[in-house]
Every structure is written in C-alpha cells, then in structure tokens.
Design a protein around this ligand. Structure first.
Ligand SMILES: Cc1cc2nc3c(=O)[nH]c(=O)nc-3n(C[C@H](O)[C@H](O)[C@H](O)COP(=O)(O)OP(=O)(O)OC[C@H]3O[C@@H](n4cnc5c(N)ncnc54)[C@H](O)[C@@H]3O)c2cc1C
Length: 699
C-alpha cells in the first residue's frame, strides 16, 4: 500500500481522450498523486496491423492534440506524453524509469483490449505496480451486465433494458479537474514543462525505438487504393524516435509521419473534446430536436455538414465525449421542452446509446469471435461468398485468398463506389471521403452487400467500414453488420431496401448523389437514382453516358433479391450457427449448397456494351477483358420499376417472426416500402410501424 501523497501515477489514455467526466482520471486523482504522467502509447499494432484509414488517423491525431492542449490548459507544465512503441514492451520500461506506483486506465471492454490489458496487468504485478481500471466508455459496465445476464450476450435491447433497470441510473457526469499534478521525475527540482520533458526524455535514453517488428499488416488493407485518392503514399517515420524529435519531445505524431497526405481528405468532422462539447451544447440547446428525436424519422440523405442525427459517434468512439454526459444532457434538454419528451427508447437519443451498450455487452460475452462468423455462437451461418478463410489450425488466412472473381469484382466496385447504383455509390464515396455515413445509409449499403444483392459475407463489409469509418467500433460494427445481414439480432430478412425507392423517400432530388457522384449531377430528378433507365438523349444532355462515364449496374437488383431471399430462407431452415460442427469443420458451405442446389459461385450478370461504352470498373476481371459483348440487362433503358414489392407479406406468410429482437430504430427504418409492386398498400401492421414520410431535421 502506497502512502497517501506518495503515489506516482501513470495515466494511460486510450479511448478516453477527454478531461470532463472521466471516472478513471478521477480515480487517478483520488490517489492524490505526487506526480501524474498522462501517457499515450502510439501502438504499432494499431498503425501497422489494424485497418485504419486516413480519416480515422486524422481525427485521432487531432483529438490527441486537443487533449494535450486541454492538459496544458489545466496544468501549464504538463501535456500528453506520447511515446511510440508496443505498450506491452514500453509501459514496463516507463514505470521502471519513472518510479510509477499506479497504472490507471479506463477499462477497454473489447476482446482485443482485454487481452492486451491482461498482459499489461501481468507485467505490472511482477513490477509491483498497482493497476486501477475503471469503466467509463459505456453507460454501464459490460462486465457487470454480462454477469447479471448469466454470462450470455445481450441480443435484444429489451434484455439490456431489463438488466440496467436493476442496476439503476446511469452515473451523473463529473466535472473536468481544475488542476493536475506535474509529470515530475523522482527527485527532480524542476517544474517547468520544457525542462520536465528533457528530464523525462533523458530517463528513457538507451531504450531502443520501435523498429517495425510485426510491420506486416493485413495485406488486403487497401490504404493505397487508387480511384478516390490513395491513403498512404509517403514513408512511415513516426517510429524513428521513441519520444518524438528533440524539438518537440513527446509530441503528437503528424499525419505526414504516417506517410499520409492530409490534403487528400475532408476535415468536415473535426476531432477533440472541445469540438465534441461544442456540438453537444448546440444539440441540447435545441430542446425540441432532442425531445422529438426519433431515429427512424431522421434522413440518410443529408451529409456530414448538416446531419439529421447528432454525428457524435466519432467523439464517443475515442472518448472525446463522455457517453454519460450525453445521456444526462439529453435528459435535461428533454425536460426543457414543453410537455417533456415526445419519444422514448429505443428510438430516442438515449435509446441510441442503449444500442451502443447492447452491442458492447454482446461482444463482451462472445469475445473475439464476435467479429467473424466462425465460432460465433450468435451468428447464423449463411453460405456467403468471400467468407473468411481459415487454415487447418483454425487461424484466419491473411491476406484472404481470392474468392470467385465475380464477387471479388463486385466487392471492389462496392468499396470504390462504382456499383452503378447511385445511392450505394454516393454513400460509399461519402464513407471514403468523410469517414462517416448516416445510420440508414449504413443500413442500405450493408443490406446491399449481403442478403440484399451481392450475397457477400458481412465480414468483408465490416472490414471496409473498419478501414474508413472514423467511429469504427469493435462491438457496434460487427454487431450492426450481423443485424443488417440478418445473421444475428434481427431476423426479418424479407424486409429490404429499394436502391431507388428507399432514398427517394427521403430526397427525391438526390442531393447526396449529386454531391458524391458529380458525374451524375446533371441528371433530372426522375433518373437520379436510376440513370441506367434514362433514355440515351437524357444521358447525353446530362453529359454522362451510363457504361462510359458512370458504370452500368453491376447486378440485377430484382434478380439478386429474389435469389437471395430463397437462399436466406434455406439457411434459416438449416439453422446452422457459427459454432455449429459443420461450420467449425469447414463443411457448412457444401451442406447448404448440396441440400438446396444453390450455385457455388454467383451467376454472372451479363450486360452488353453499346457502341462507345467503356467496360465498367466492376467488370474488369482478367477473364472479362477478352470479351467484348455480353447479354444486355433487361432493365437498361427500360421502364422505371418498383422492385421491392411484397417481401413483407411473403415473410409473414412464411410465419417468420422476429426472435429475440424488439421494435427498435432498425425495425422501423428497415421498412422502406410503403407499397407493393402492384401499388397495393402494405398491411396495416406494417403501415402502423411506417414513418410519417417527413424526415426529422436538426435545426
Ligand atoms: C452496418 C453498420 C455498421 C455500424 N458500425 C458502427 C461503428 O463501427 N461504430 C459506431 O459507433 N456505430 C456504428 N453503427 C451504428 C450507427 O450507424 C452509428 O452509431 C450512427 O450512425 C452514428 O451517427 P450519430 O452519432 O449521428 O448517431 P445518433 O443517431 O445521433 O446516435 C447517437 C449515438 O448513439 C449510438 N448509436 C446509435 N445507433 C447505434 C447503433 N445502431 N449501434 C450502436 N450504437 C448506436 C452512437 O454512439 C451514436 O453516436 C453501424 C451501423 C450499421 C448499420
């Protein structure tokens, strides 16, 4: 037991880049430390081995810089101390040389974080450094929730709601500290920041800087991919020193030192605690917006500069914003609205935060397998194309060996926003450029890639999101992908998104498409979501010939939807899950295909080039190059066709019920069709759940 006032605390920042409402930081200060070292460890596992695109790095570096400034604003002679190296190797050196008595962390609930922290704990125990780990990243501690759920994952929002009702209220937020102890080496007489930094740097002399051990990241990470701007084009120099250059000791690395060119991305979403609190303040000032917030009524058609939802997810992801503060500020705002809140969980703002907790608790119970199909006990098995491939020891093979060429071409076209479906392409380009997408946009692209059209494994989609989303989260990302692919959480696979009908409900003019697919910007509203249906004269007038200036649709929406619907139904009937014997032994695909006679590779979607057409990007697989003409898709140049008809009715006839899921934002937002193909209104049950048609807009 360290004497009061004798504690020397290393505070290790990870997903808590803030000073306000940080229960872990408060726990550090409660130790009344003689010295406090606010450390960020620039982990090569993240830089080399993880899929992190330029936008997330930019946001993270900005947030780190803002945190460092916030620390300096609170204690003029302190700052964030950024060291570069593997935490498991570097932290033990720091606590030895800085005579650390306590390591304080906010609990990282993810499977990866828990594994890393277990190693750190082991090392700390050997060095007699006490570890204090405090939950602050979620409303409730996932460990506690899972324990109360008897070790089971929370697969429905109602399950979580029941459990947390027993736990009690979300803790009230704490103020930011008014003062912080100095990061002072033992016995140091100096209290001035530049001198302290020099002394700290001196104390680390002799330690080797990170040399790139384990540099090999997942080779399929496409950071250099071309079309919309490569992401890494320079050399990575951030590990050339252990604690930054002599002129900027322990400083935050720059994007350039990651080999990235900041001019290649938009910085619409600025990082850091200050911006987060400003945004939250503005949102909560608008009591009506908060009190009437209903997720299904928000619009995916608005971009990141004017989002219909809060766009706070990047700040929650990196902990620039405390989720508890958001919870309570929203509660306060609702009280200020006449008559109080008009909406309730799960569709209101607080309900959205419960979804975040639900996925965290589910991930906590499942562990590493949550991010994949194989071994994942809650994930239904479907015979997706391009699944993760495993070696005989059950290890995922990286990079993934190529799968069938049609699916590979489709996946790459999808990633680049070149599918030939403007709604999907606009969303995917927005994702690459801005690092964010509205929730219902995520619904559209996730359903399209998986059960809707491409029948490609949700694991591939989750990887793309991992690479490009700023708010990528190890629990919410796989959880939502499973939801959208009807692999877990949600089972109403007969509910789909029309690739033209769904966006047209929110924005008939196609503003998002015009912004992110400028080649289509001159198309009249009528064809903005289906330019391939525009007569050639209209295409010429718009200055964009489909097949030459913008790709043909890479598949037939209607055909794939019908085929996939049968397929998913068959998989549901078979009832295999990620931990079924057949899946673990790698035999499930053969079982499904044999039983139902599905082809083991996609039917090729044939199209015919018209004179002057270019071969679209998606079709440029080597085998295709040699061919010049193909069968024409029957809807090119054809009539407008409402493709999403009677899915719901079919599902209901089939007696498909949602299992463990409860009515939620997703339930309503999945309901993209107001009428059937023949114009008939939906059944009353569906109509009741449908939106009023008008999208909610933040003032
Ligand atoms: C396929 C797919 C992948 C997704 N991947 C991620 C991810 O990696 N990281 C992530 O934070 N969210 C993810 N989401 C959930 C959701 O789309 C985003 O949280 C939301 O769009 C963020 O925008 P916002 O802050 O404006 O949300 P708001 O609607 O303003 O909601 C406020 C907050 O609630 C939380 N939230 C809302 N909806 C969800 C949800 N369905 N699941 C979990 N948390 C939610 C977020 O923290 C969000 O910031 C994904 C959704 C889908 C369909």
């Amino acid at each position: 037991m360290v004497k009061q006032g004798a504690a020397r605390v290393l505070y290790w920042f990870r997903t808590d880049l803030r000073l306000h409402d940080s229960p872990a930081l408060q726990a550090a200060l409660d130790l009344k430390p003689a010295a406090l070292f606010p450390v960020w460890c620039w982990d090569p596992n993240y830089v080399y081995k993880h899929r992190v695109g330029i936008n997330r790095f930019r946001f993270l570096l900005e947030s780190m810089q803002v945190l460092s400034d916030q620390i300096t604003n609170t204690q003029a002679n302190s700052q964030l101390l950024v060291v570069r190296g593997e935490p498991t190797e570097l932290l033990p050196e720091l606590w030895k040389r800085w005579k650390i008595t306590h390591l304080v962390i906010e609990k990282d609930p993810s499977a990866y974080g828990r594994r890393r922290d277990a190693l750190i704990k082991e090392a700390a125990a050997k060095s007699k450094v006490e570890i204090v780990a405090v939950q602050g990243h979620h409303l409730y501690d996932p460990e506690d929730v899972v324990k109360r759920n008897k070790g089971k994952p929370t697969m429905a929002i109602s399950t979580l709601q029941k459990i947390v009702a027993d736990i009690g209220d979300v803790p009230k937020p704490l103020d930011a500290p008014k003062d912080l102890p100095l990061p002072q080496p033992e016995g140091s007489k100096t209290a001035k920041l530049p001198d302290l930094l020099s002394e700290l740097a001196k104390s680390l002399e002799g330690l080797p800087h990170y040399t790139g051990k384990g540099r090999e990241g997942p080779a399929d990470v496409d950071l250099n991919s071309a079309t919309l701007g490569g992401q890494r084009d320079g050399e990575l120099t951030c590990y050339d020193t252990l604690n930054g250059d002599a002129s900027s000791l322990f400083s935050v690395p720059t994007l350039a030192s990651l080999g990235m060119d900041a001019s290649k991305v938009r910085d619409t979403i600025k990082g850091g605690e200050v911006e987060a609190l400003k945004k939250l303040g503005n949102i909560c000032k608008d009591a009506e917006y908060v009190a009437t917030f209903a997720k299904p009524k928000t619009s995916p058609g608005q971009d990141a500069s004017d989002p219909s939802t809060t766009l706070l997810s990047p700040y929650l992801k990196f902990g620039c914003l405390s989720v508890r503060k958001l919870w309570w500020d929203a509660e306060e705002a609702k009280k200020k609205y006449k008559g109080g809140s008009k909406t309730a969980p799960p569709e209101n703002l607080n309900g959205q935060l419960l979804f975040r907790d639900m996925y965290a608790c589910a991930e906590h119970a499942i562990g590493d397998a949550f991010n994949q199909v194989r071994g994942n006990s809650v994930c239904r098995y479907m015979d997706w194309y391009l699944p993760t491939v495993y070696d005989k020891d059950g290890q995922a093979i990286m990079p993934r060996p190529p799968g069938d060429e049609v699916s590979e071409a489709r996946l790459s076209a999808y990633k680049m926003g070149q599918t030939g479906f403007p709604w999907i392409d606009a969303l995917m380009r927005q994702l690459r450029l801005e690092g964010w997408m509205h929730h219902l946009g995520r619904h559209s692209v996730a359903a399209f890639l998986t059960r809707g059209q491409c029948w490609i494994s949700w694991e591939r989609g989750a990887e793309i999101f991992d690479e490009y989303l700023i708010d990528w989260d190890p629990c919410s990302n796989p959880g939502n992908w499973m939801w959208l692919s009807c692999s877990a959480f949600f089972t109403q696979y007969f509910r789909l998104y029309g690739l033209a009908t769904f966006p047209a409900k929110y924005d008939k003019t196609g503003a998002l498409v015009r912004k992110y697919c400028p080649e289509l910007s001159k198309f009249p509203d009528k064809y903005i979501y289906e330019p391939f249906n525009a007569p050639i004269e209209v295409q010429k007038k718009a200055g964009c010939i489909v097949g030459r200036d913008y790709p043909f649709p890479m598949l037939d929406e209607k055909e794939t939807k019908t085929e996939n619907m049968q397929r998913i139904k068959a998989c549901y009937q078979l009832g295999l899950f990620g931990d079924s014997k057949e899946v673990l032994e790698g035999k499930a695909e053969a079982v499904v295909r044999k039983k139902h006679g599905f082809p083991d590779r996609p039917q090729r979607f044939e199209w015919k080039a018209r004179p002057g057409d270019k071969v679209p990007q998606w079709a440029r697989a080597p085998e295709h190059e040699a061919r010049t003409t193909r069968g024409a898709p029957d809807h090119v140049g054809g009539q407008e066709d409402g493709v999403d008809g009677d899915d719901e009715e079919q599902g209901e006839q089939d007696g498909q019920q949602e299992e463990d899921a409860t009515p939620s934002d997703e339930d309503d937002s999945d309901n993209d069709d107001d009428k059937t193909t023949n114009g008939k209104k939906r059944k009353a049950s569906t109509a009741k759940r449908g939106r009023g048609g008008k999208a909610q807009k933040k003032k």
